[in-house]
Design a protein around this ligand. Structure first.
Ligand SMILES: Nc1nonc1C(=O)N[C@@H]1CC[C@H](O)C1
Length: 246
């Protein structure tokens, strides 16, 4: 998978290719990252990449032409089809389902804004979709791009070893992850739940699923639809409720 990133700070994104799972995915040839700086495509002595907003107001807006030239250079660097994504708070929420969709593509082109954002005409003409990593405002789209890079990198075949399997991650099945414990069994902060020490894999799986259901119900009611639960999940939830009532 190839990811090109348009950013005024290409080194920022290059750092994603150094550490952890993403760095390993790059080392293993599962992913390649390429940064493109619109300032290298800006004209004039000052190589301007932004200007004041029409209509007045604070801040600056990124100019069309340097970004468009950088986009075209990135697209031309590889013959494979590419999906162009602009990271912005106005985008659709990034979800694990969307990450899976993106991770299945041959190429992604991530456009990072700075200042107040980019000229709307460029979005309309050149962007396939806008994505947001959350309802807050960053100083630049680079952190959002880094989130996309990390999330899709770890889904590349061969990026994770068995111990890091993505299969049981949070949201892989639409629910939050269960609690995790490791040595020591007893600690001043508490002990490991007995079921996890039982060696009974069926009981452990049921306990983990129950914890996942309850956590999602309590912490993310927006993700929890009890009517959509399987019969087995309903039973686990009923058992938990009965235990709470004791
Ligand atoms: N939340 C987000 N999810 O994706 N991107 C953002 C985000 O805050 N972007 C900044 C807004 C103005 C600046 O141009 C960059």
């Amino acid at each position: 998978m190839r990811i090109d990133v348009i950013s005024l700070f290409p080194d920022f994104i290059a750092q994603c290719a150094v550490f952890g799972v993403t760095g390993r995915a790059v080392e293993r040839g599962l992913l390649s990252l390429h940064g493109w700086n619109p300032r290298d495509h800006a004209q004039g002595n000052y190589r301007r990449v932004d200007d004041r907003p029409f209509g007045g107001g604070p801040g600056m807006v990124m100019l069309i032409d340097p970004l468009r030239s950088a986009l075209n250079a990135a697209r031309a660097a590889d013959p494979r089809p590419v999906r162009t994504i602009y990271l912005s708070p106005q985008g659709a929420p990034l979800t694990q389902a969307k990450v899976h969709e993106l991770a299945g593509r041959e190429r992604l082109l991530l456009l990072c804004g700075r200042y107040e954002g980019i000229d709307e005409r460029l979005i309309a003409a050149e962007v396939d979709e806008e994505l947001s990593i959350g309802d807050y405002v960053l100083s630049g789209g680079e952190l959002a791009a880094a989130v996309v890079v990390d999330a899709v990198a770890r889904l590349q075949e061969g990026a994770l070893n068995d111990a890091e399997s993505a299969v049981q991650d949070s949201f892989e099945d639409g629910f939050l992850d269960c609690p995790h414990y490791t040595r020591p069994v007893s600690h001043e902060l508490g002990s490991v739940p007995d079921v996890l020490m039982s060696g009974n894999h069926g009981d452990i799986a049921r306990w983990r699923r129950q914890q996942s259901l309850v956590r999602t119900m309590r912490r993310r009611p927006d993700l929890f639809d009890e009517s959509a639960l399987s019969k087995a999940d309903r039973k686990l939830l009923e058992q938990w409720r009965a235990e709470q009532a004791e």
